[in-house]
Design a binder for this molecule. Structure first.
Ligand code: COA
Length: 291
């Protein structure tokens, strides 16, 4: 079976994705951009075809210096070298282009993916936990002096400000700009009443942004983003905002979810006390590109 390169997603990619989801219990493209919605994303693809259709695929995307790769092989063809052939393609394309590392997210990582990545000299860079809770999870009791309401169009600067303060120690999220917010609120899933802001004396203090994933079975209600500005932390506001977000999600689903970095002790402790439990661990592997 030979590897073919292309600038567009290979035919059969949705079926390959579905087969992996059924076998692995996790979406192999969970952390990848939506290539079907953005075909001109600049991503590069490789595919291996067999008599029964697409057997394996590789995707490489992102600007040089921030390159990501994803490899997926149909369950019945694993342990036959297809993944290695695709990994060699990733290496061949990236060697010499100036990127020193490539990252790869694996949803529901474990022993097999650890071994595979070790074979390619990858190391674990981050671990992200998917937590779930059965709804309803409980009443939200706001600390005294705070009030909560849904998003209004003029709230963008307040949201950006509270986000950058809350996530000051989390560089990935702290840089969310007004343009990033505008892009999110123009998405079809956006619900202004699902984006809650807490205020004290007219100042924004915390926010909780929820998102309903109706494409999953059962539908999942995600706490997409949540943060409390540091001066308001430790007063029960984060807990109240999480529970208020979950209340909103109850209208659509019985399953609340969220993703939290393994190292985020404060958030993990808060979620555990609310009743969230670990469903899955996603791992980001980092690979050094030979110069
Ligand atoms: C996580 C966060 C939202 C908590 O907000 P908060 O308003 O301080 O939370 P609360 O006061 O309601 O605390 C609720 C629980 O969180 C836990 N917690 C909060 N801060 C903690 C800390 N520094 N260390 C350990 N546990 C902590 C405790 O279990 C606490 O309950 P307890 O007081 O009954 O023990 C806040 O720390 C934050 O904005 N962090 C940065 C953004 C972030 O990491 N968001 C989550 C991404 S998934």
């Amino acid at each position: 079976m030979e590897l073919t390169e292309s600038a567009v997603p290979p035919a059969g990619l949705p079926e390959l994705r579905r087969a992996c989801m059924i076998a692995d219990g996790a979406d192999p493209f969970q952390h990848a951009p939506d290539f079907a919605a953005h075909p001109a994303s600049g991503a590069e693809f490789s595919s291996i075809e067999g008599d029964a259709g697409l057997r394996g695929a590789g995707i490489l995307w992102g600007p040089i210096g921030d390159r990501y790769a994803c490899i997926c092989v149909v369950p019945g063809e694993r342990l036959r070298g297809l993944g290695g052939t695709i990994a060699e393609w990733v290496r061949r394309v990236t060697v010499g282009e100036g990127a020193d590392v490539i990252r790869s997210w694996v949803a529901g990582a474990g022993f097999v993916t650890d071994r595979f990545c070790d074979r390619w000299q990858g190391v674990v860079a981050r671990r992200l936990m998917k937590l779930t809770v059965e709804l309803p999870a409980g009443e939200a009791h706001l600390p005294e002096g705070y009030e909560v309401r849904g998003f209004r169009p003029g709230d963008v600067p307040a949201l950006v400000a509270v986000n950058s303060e809350a996530f000051a120690d989390h560089p990935d999220q702290a840089t969310m700009t007004a343009e990033d917010v505008e892009a999110k609120i123009s998405q079809p899933w956006f619900d202004p009443d699902g984006l809650l802001l807490a205020w004290k004396d007219g100042e924004p203090a915390a926010y909780c942004w929820t998102k309903v994933h109706s494409g999953t079975d059962p539908p999942e209600g995600e706490i997409h983003l949540i943060g409390t500005a540091p001066v308001h932390q430790g007063r029960g506001l984060g807990r109240a905002m999480t529970l208020a977000g979950l209340r909103r999600l109850e209208n659509s689903t019985r399953k609340g979810t969220l993703y939290v970095d393994e190292m985020n002790v404060a958030a993990r402790s808060m979620y555990r006390r609310i009743g969230f439990r670990i469903e899955r661990v996603d791992v980001q592997y980092r690979f050094q590109v030979p110069s």
